[in-house]
Design a protein around this ligand. Structure first.
Ligand SMILES: [Zn+2]
Length: 262
């Protein structure tokens, strides 16, 4: 198995995984989106809400505000000894107090933990007119994407590495496929068709249709995958993938413990 990182920034990562198989690639993708725990607002207590929005709508909007999540330090409420999801080991309190006229944004949430706070301060929550007040206390907890989208740490996708083959006997390098390719990844070099960057190929097969000699073959390599991870900002994209491998590791460890008892 080989890993080549092609791009890594604050919220996006692209890498090529080689020498693997679709079962492994798909396990990694599914676990990254559904089973890596992150923080999200899970409960809101309203003291005052004079805004035009119902409490439920504001609570729902608050829940969808991505919160930065430290890798360690918090328990999943189901695994915490308090059993209530309210102790400092499994819950973070965020308070909000505003008076209109103003637009209340995610930046108005004051967190009890500096490491758990909104990824962006400019997400609008509601508007308050003159004299209207909004005061609330929210509790953020760890959770999993398979329970609710608010706990989904990002989007992870992959595609098979495209393989473009040109039959040397029948290809006369007429260049029709070069013109047909919407991604512009083909070129004629020394009377041969060359592929500039196969990773940009979308497997649209326009080159096959354009070739009157049937000299082009396009397929996907099922042992090589181009992965793209886009994070909500709760975790960095590389941490998202690393945490996913940790979850997979824990699952196999549990399985092997059970298997040893047989
Ligand atoms: Zn607890």
């Amino acid at each position: 198995m080989q890993l080549e990182i092609r791009k890594l920034d604050d919220d996006e990562m692209e890498f090529v995984l080689s020498g693997s198989n679709p079962a492994f690639a798909n396990s990694l993708r599914r676990v990254a989106m559904r089973e890596v725990p992150i923080m999200a607002i899970d409960e809101v207590e309203f003291k005052t809400n004079d805004s035009a929005m119902y409490d439920e709508i504001i609570a729902h909007r608050l829940a969808l505000v991505p919160l930065r999540t430290p890798i360690k330090g918090y328990n999943l409420p189901t695994e915490c000894s308090c059993q209530e999801g309210r102790c400092p080991k499994c819950g973070v309190e965020l308070t909000l107090k505003k008076e209109g006229p103003t637009t209340v944004t995610s930046g108005d949430l004051k967190s009890s933990d500096d490491e758990v706070k909104p990824v962006s301060d400019s997400i609008p929550i509601t508007r308050l007119g003159r004299g209207q007040k909004l005061e609330l206390t929210a509790i953020a907890r760890l959770g999993l994407g398979k329970e609710h989208t608010k706990w989904q740490p990002g989007i992870v996708t992959y595609k098979y590495m495209p393989v473009l083959e040109f039959d040397e006997k029948t290809c006369n390098a007429c260049g029709e496929c070069v013109k047909a390719c919407p991604k512009n990844i083909l070129e004629v070099v020394n009377d041969k068709i060359m592929v500039k960057d196969p990773t940009l190929c979308t497997l649209c097969k326009a080159c096959i249709e354009a070739c009157s000699n049937d000299a082009v073959k396009v397929s996907g390599d099922s042992t090589k995958f181009i992965f793209r991870a886009e994070s909500s900002g709760a975790l960095s994209p590389d941490q998202l993938i690393l945490q996913a491998t940790k979850v997979l590791e824990d699952k196999f460890e549990e399985f092997s413990k059970l298997a040893n008892k047989l």
